[in-house]
Ligand binder design. Structure first.
Ligand SMILES: [Zn+2]
Length: 151
C-alpha cells in the first residue's frame, strides 16, 4: 500500500507475522487498523496507528486474548520499519508469499499421504530455531546499525 510515497506491509504480511510469533492470525486487528487507508488514503498512518488505538482495537476485536495486543503493537512496528525501508518491505512480502506457498504444498502433500494411507500425518520435530524470518530481521538490524538508526 502506498502512503505518501511510502510503502506499508500488506495484510498478508501482517497475518504471516502473527502466525510466526503467535501461531495464529489476528486478521480483524489488521483490517480495522488499516481500514482508514481505503477512505483517507495518505492519512492512513495517522489514523488508528498509535499505541492507544492499537490496544483499543485489539481488545475490541479479540477480548481477553493477551497476544492480540502484542499483534497490534507489532503491526505498528512493522508499518514503521517498512515505511522507512522499501527493501525490507519487499523482502517481507516475498517471505510471506513463500510461507503461504510452503503451507499450501504441505497441505497438499499431507492430503495425498492421508488418502493413500488412510492416516493422519503430523509434522515432526520442533520448528527450526532460525527460519527465514529471523534471518530477515537480523539482516534488517544489521543494515539499520550500519545506517546508524536506532533499533
Ligand atoms: Zn497499518
Amino acid at each position: 500500500m502506498l502512503v505518501g510515497g511510502k510503502e506499508l506491509p500488506s495484510h498478508r504480511v501482517h497475518c504471516e507475522i502473527d502466525r510466526f510469533y503467535f501461531g495464529r492470525t489476528y486478521p480483524k486487528i489488521h483490517r480495522s487498523m488499516d481500514r482508514p487507508v481505503k477512505v483517507y488514503g495518505k492519512g492512513h498512518r495517522k489514523l488508528f496507528h498509535d499505541v492507544h488505538w492499537a490496544r483499543f482495537i485489539a481488545q475490541m476485536e479479540y477480548p481477553a486474548d493477551p497476544y492480540a495486543e502484542k499483534s497490534a503493537l507489532l503491526h505498528l512496528e512493522f508499518d514503521f520499519w517498512c515505511s522507512e525501508d522499501k527493501e525490507f518491505k519487499d523482502l517481507l512480502e516475498k517471505w510471506a508469499k513463500d510461507k503461504i506457498k510452503e503451507r499450501k504444498s504441505w497441505k497438499k502433500t499431507t492430503k495425498i499421504i492421508q488418502e493413500s494411507k488412510g492416516t493422519k500425518l503430523k509434522r515432526k520435530g520442533k520448528r527450526k530455531r532460525k527460519d527465514s524470518f529471523d534471518m530477515l530481521l537480523d539482516y534488517y538490524k544489521d543494515i539499520s546499525r550500519r545506517g546508524n538508526k536506532k533499533f
